[in-house]
Design a binder for this molecule. Structure first.
Ligand SMILES: [Mg+2]
Length: 319
C-alpha cells in the first residue's frame, strides 16, 4: 500500500520514510502541503496520508480539508502529526477531516498501530464499494438471460440519445420478438421456453460491438441499442441475426427446436426531434408490421411508424 508522507523537516521525513518502508509501505514523500496535494492528485493509488501540521505554503490541516473535499471515494485515510503545542487544537484538525493524529516526536510502535487501524478502514470501505457495485450490477440484469433489464435499457438509451443529439450521430433501436413463443411454452413447457430465451440472448450478445447494448425488454421481447448507426446498418444486423436463428436450430435437452424471431428497426437518422419513447415506439411499430406480414422477418420503421400510437393500444398482441 502506498503512503503519502508530507513533512517539511528533512530529518523527520527521512526517519519516517525508513520506518514506513520497513513496515512494507511504499512511500511518496513531500516537503510541503502544496507538493503533497499535487502528488496525491497525480497518484490515485495513494490511500493513506501522514501529514505534518506545520508546513510552509499549505499546512497539514488545510491538506486534510482539501482531501475531504476531493476524495469521497476511494477513501483517503489521513493521520495528522502535531507538536505538543498544538495538542489543544487537535479538535480543529479532526474537524478539518483528519482521521487520527499523533503527537511528535512520533513513537514508531504507535504509528505502526495507527496505520494498521487506517488500513482496516480502507479495506472495509473497499469491500463496501465492491459489494455495492455487485448489487448495482445485479439490479441492472435480467436474472433469466443475464442481459440488461428494462430499467437499465432505458438508462442506457437516454444516455445514448443525449450523445447522439450532441454529436449529430444516429442511434438505432432494434426490437426483437420470438415468434409463436406461447406455442413453445405450451408445447414444450416453460423451462424449455426459458432455454430458448437464454439461447437467443447469447446470440444477440455475440453480434454486439462494445458500445452497443442489448436487454430483455419484457417477456420474449428484446431490445438492441446500436450506437452511431443508421437504419440500413441496423437492418443488416437484424437480418444476420434472423438468418442465423432460422438456420441454426435451438438445442434444448438434446432436442432441436425451430425458433424464429421478428425484428423492428428504427434509427434517429435525420430526425431532429426524438426521445426514447418515440424511438422505441417506431421500432415496435415496425416489429408489429413484421409480425403482421408473416413473422421471421425484419421491417424498418417508416415515417408513419414514428407517429404510431402507444403499444398498449395495439389491436392484436404479439404471438
Ligand atoms: Mg513541520
Amino acid at each position: 500500500m502506498r503512503i503519502l508522507l508530507a513533512d517539511d523537516d528533512p530529518v523527520d521525513r527521512a526517519i519516517l520514510t525508513r520506518w514506513l518502508e520497513r513496515w512494507g509501505y511504499q512511500v511518496t514523500a513531500a516537503s510541503d502541503g502544496e507538493e503533497a496535494l499535487a502528488m496525491l492528485a497525480a497518484d490515485p493509488s495513494i490511500r493513506i496520508c501522514v501529514v505534518d501540521w506545520v508546513m510552509p505554503k499549505i499546512d497539514g490541516v488545510e491538506v486534510c480539508r482539501h482531501i475531504r473535499r476531493q476524495h469521497q471515494e476511494p477513501y483517503v485515510y489521513t493521520i495528522l502529526l502535531t507538536g505538543k503545542t498544538q495538542k489543544e487544537d487537535v479538535v480543529r484538525g479532526i474537524e478539518a477531516g483528519a482521521d487520527d493524529y499523533i503527537i511528535k516526536p512520533c513513537n514508531p510502535l504507535e504509528l505502526e498501530v495507527r496505520l494498521r487501524a487506517g488500513r482496516r478502514v480502507i479495506d472495509l470501505q473497499q469491500d463496501l464499494i465492491l459489494s455495492r457495485e455487485a448489487l448495482r450490477q445485479k439490479a441492472m440484469r435480467d436474472p433469466l438471460t443475464g442481459l440488461l433489464n428494462r430499467a437499465a435499457l432505458f438508462e442506457h438509451l437516454e444516455k445514448e440519445l443525449t450523445r447522439a443529439q450532441r454529436t449529430g450521430g444516429s442511434l438505432c433501436a432494434v426490437m426483437i420478438d420470438v415468434d409463436f413463443f406461447k406455442h413453445i411454452n405450451d408445447e414444450h413447457g416453460h423451462l424449455t421456453g426459458d432455454s430458448v430465451l437464454r439461447d437467443l440472448a447469447g446470440r444477440l450478445e455475440s453480434v454486439l460491438r462494445t458500445y452497443d447494448a442489448v436487454g430483455r425488454f419484457g417477456g420474449e421481447e428484446f431490445l438492441m441499442i446500436l450506437a452511431n448507426c443508421d437504419s440500413a446498418y441496423g437492418q443488416a444486423v437484424a437480418e444476420r441475426l434472423r438468418g442465423h436463428l432460422a438456420a441454426q436450430r435451438v438445442r434444448v435437452d438434446g432436442r432441436e427446436l425451430a425458433v424464429t424471431a421478428s425484428f423492428g428497426v428504427a434509427a434517429t437518422e435525420n430526425r431532429r426531434h426524438f426521445d426514447a419513447e418515440t424511438l422505441i415506439r417506431a421500432a415496435d411499430a415496425a416489429l408489429y408490421r413484421a409480425k403482421a406480414a408473416g413473422r421471421d422477418r425484419v421491417c424498418v420503421a417508416r415515417s408513419a411508424d414514428w407517429l404510431a400510437p402507444p403499444p398498449s393500444s395495439r389491436v392484436a398482441p404479439h404471438a
